[in-house]
Design a protein. Structure first.
Length: 252
């Protein structure tokens, strides 16, 4: 059975621990020891207080569910310790040099880096963009002003540009666009809107290419225990973990 190390014990960590099926979680770490202890009690694992010791724990794969900073700080060390890696904070990969360094390290050590589908659908087929050019790749995201710490009395666009630019202004709100860019092999155009009439995050994907065109709209419900976390994003990582050992691979 696959052994998982959990780096980050927030809401997504809780969901993973509560729904562990087909894998075990023998090692967990969080900068807040009480969080790690809570998760360890749920999954019957060990809570580590020293991150270096955690990175060498007896696991097959480590799931980063903490932050962009944590991903940048520890991803390479995880691969160097011959562990596969799941990155939830995919915004860390907007730095081309960092991404290439991780990929080279993974190749050298014959390890894998997994990016879950996160808060959208259709990410797998975006990989056709690496074979046949995609002529339009646009993500339009609408959020409530409060979710971004803003005030607004009407719907308005607050950002228009590329995914790698969006992270500079809104570092906590670009994971979907970065995942799209990585899958398609090109930078995603992003429009970020706020609307006081919405209480859920809405992602609209507009894609055109030699295959034709598609439009996908995803309205995300928040995680039951944390309104800042998309429940779909948490479910997508559970799906990935449960299927890593499956002999049947579905999707491109």
């Amino acid at each position: 059975m696959l052994r998982i190390g959990l780096l980050g014990c927030g809401n997504i960590g809780h969901i993973i621990a509560q729904h562990a099926e087909g894998f075990t979680i023998p090692a967990v770490f969080d900068n807040v020891p009480a969080r790690a202890e809570e998760i360890a009690a749920i999954c019957h694992g060990k809570a580590y207080t020293d991150v270096e010791a955690f990175l060498t724990a007896d696991v097959d794969l480590i799931v980063e569910a903490a932050s962009v900073g944590a991903a940048r700080a520890h991803a390479k060390a995880i691969l160097l310790n011959n562990r596969d890696l799941v990155i939830m904070s995919v915004g860390a990969l907007t730095d081309p040099a960092f991404k290439e360094e991780l990929m080279e390290t993974a190749r050298a050590h014959k390890k894998k880096i997994y990016i879950p589908s996160g808060a959208i659908f259709g990410l797998d087929n975006l990989k056709i963009g690496q074979i046949s050019p995609i002529t339009k790749l646009l993500l339009k995201t609408t959020k409530s002003p409060a979710s971004l710490g803003l005030t607004a009395t009407s719907r308005k666009r607050i950002f228009s540009g590329k995914a790698h630019e969006c992270i500079k202004a809104y570092p906590k709100n670009v994971n979907v666009s970065v995942a799209m860019s990585l899958a398609a092999g090109q930078d995603t155009d992003v429009e970020l809107w706020v609307d006081p009439a919405v209480d859920k995050n809405v992602h609209e994907l507009f894609i055109e290419g030699s295959f034709g065109e598609t439009y996908i709209k995803v309205t995300n419900l928040p995680s039951p225990d944390n309104p800042a976390t998309s429940y779909l994003a948490a479910l997508s990582i559970l799906s990935l973990l449960r299927n890593l050992d499956s002999p049947l691979v579905i999707g491109t």
